[in-house]
Ligand binder design. Structure first.
Ligand SMILES: [Zn+2]
Length: 156
């Protein structure tokens, strides 16, 4: 993996070989550094531009958000809160996420899901059964395992 100068003053690392904390994302921006996921034919900046023509424009908007929101101290908790809100509202982490919307959903490669009723989402969250909600987008986490009660050993 190599960092190369990209558009908008970004440093871009095409072919980042590790898992992203956000599954399903093509890239993750940390400050002005953009890590683009590894994949067949994704070794250079030209490869990235060919596969996702507007992705680096989207990531440049995230870089500006990082700066505007105070870097990791401000941006990360705000982004996390926006992610939770989006999941509650739409069942995915980006459709109602303020930061993803402001960066351009389509430019980031995201499909927009319609809002869903908030009440059932909150109820299922409290009960720990989000798997009963309408289908989540690909790569979403947060599916609760069914609770398993431990059985007491019976005396023989
Ligand atoms: Zn994004």
């Amino acid at each position: 993996m190599t960092l190369v100068p990209g558009p908008h003053g970004l440093l871009v690392a095409p072919g980042y070989p590790r898992r992203f904390p956000v599954t399903g994302a093509a890239a993750v921006t940390v400050g002005e550094v953009v890590l683009v996921r590894e994949g067949p034919g994704l070794r250079t900046l030209a490869d990235v531009a060919r596969r996702w023509p507007a992705l680096l424009d989207h990531e440049a908007r995230h870089a500006a958000q990082w700066a505007r929101w105070g870097g990791p101290v401000g941006f990360l908790p705000a982004y996390a809160a926006a992610t939770v809100w989006s999941w509650l509202r739409t069942g995915d982490r980006h459709s109602a996420n303020h930061f993803e919307r402001a960066a351009g959903l389509a430019d980031g490669g995201y499909r927009e899901n319609p809002p869903r009723p908030l009440g059932p989402a909150l109820v299922s969250l409290v009960r720990g059964a989000p798997a009963r909600l309408p289908a989540l987008s690909r790569g979403s986490r947060g599916r609760a395992r069914p609770s398993r009660r431990r059985r007491r050993p019976t005396a023989a």
